[in-house]
Write a protein that binds this ligand. Sequence first.
Ligand code: IMP
Length: 424
Amino acid sequence: MAKRTDILIGLQWGDEGKGKVVDVLSSHYDIVVRYQGGANAGHTVKIDGEETILHLIPAGILHEGVVCVIGNGVAFDPDVFFSEVEYLEQKGIDTNNRIFISDRSHLVLPYHIAIDKAREKFLSKSIGTTARGIGPLYTDKYRRNGIRVIDIYSSDFESKIEKEIDFHNKILKNIYDSKPLDKKEIMSFIFEIKNRLKKYVKDTVQYLQEASSADKYILLEGAQGVMLDIDFGTYPFVTSSSPTTGGALSGSGLPWHTINEVIGITKSYTTRVGGGPFPSRMPKEEENIIRQRGGEYGATTGRPRNCGYLDLVALKYAVQITGTTLLVITKMDILSGMEKIPVVTEYDIQGNRTKSFPSDTDILNKIKIITTDLKGWQEDISKIRNAYELPKEAQEYISFIENYVGVKVAYISVSPERDGFIEI
Ligand code: IMP
């Protein structure tokens, strides 16, 4: 198998602009694969002023001829999927024979969503989930009572699903003091989608293996980001899947030796939505300015995102874990007009300075950040299309990041439009 598969990963707490990058790069690929997460993602793409937000279907769908795969690692929500197919068709995008869903992916069912919402109310410190059923879905997967797409076509499915609905209703009623769900409604929902889904279902592991052997170019599209990873993120304020390189392999079925580049995406600053530690958060006044300029509101939930300085300690940690080989910096234009741009270069933990990212959430909450002020630039850079036209200070900002994390910046983005993407 030739090394023709690249992995694209968010290096922060999600919302790095992965949708835009996937869209721009998709013309180089035959197949784009989502490998983890589910409809908690919100990948936004802007083409000629028109915005498209996708939660489940890979952003590669916006490029004619690209085949999109929803991999085995994905939390597959059929309701969101069919709404998204309809939304794309209404925009004139042909989805016929261009989307395959792994028969091994697990189905998000109404009880996952109900438990997600009920649990958030129940917790003393809520996670601030997207309420898309993600945590309960992966809990079922690892408890080994999940329902995979392939299962709905098996002969004993009816008795299996009945048992699962009863089990989840007990959790809702007895643990979360919530209303149980109507069994008949869920059963008829599944029977309704069963036939509609059939044409999309495939053994995508075999399909991707064959495609890779036939030297196809494949992009594995991550959702969320390293700092939300179940193992490496700010646990327990994380999502329930692995957005990292390991997750890309286990969520697609492609082996490591097919991987060419690991493309890591970071914003030129940092944002976080939901609960949990956020060491580099800016003072309110600066945060409001960046939030407004950057349009920092959740694509899935509409929640305002908290904004912070670029945290190079966290970024280097994410680069190391993922084995990032190329870096992409998005939203460079948002920083225009700042006199100086602080970036986090060290943490102070109770008087001890460190460049390592701590695993203890309590420590993360108590960290004092140590920043280095870089010179800002005043020019609007959103119309620039060549790296050499960038202000000197913007070029220095890029070099500082490269030197700190030890990886080359391959591209930056300076506008939400497709052409606002500059090769460095
Ligand atoms: P869940 O993935 O819905 O369970 O949410 C767990 C945490 O991950 C919450 O803090 C969410 O705000 C965050 N999260 C999940 N998906 C995204 C995303 O696509 N972008 C940013 N944050 C996300």
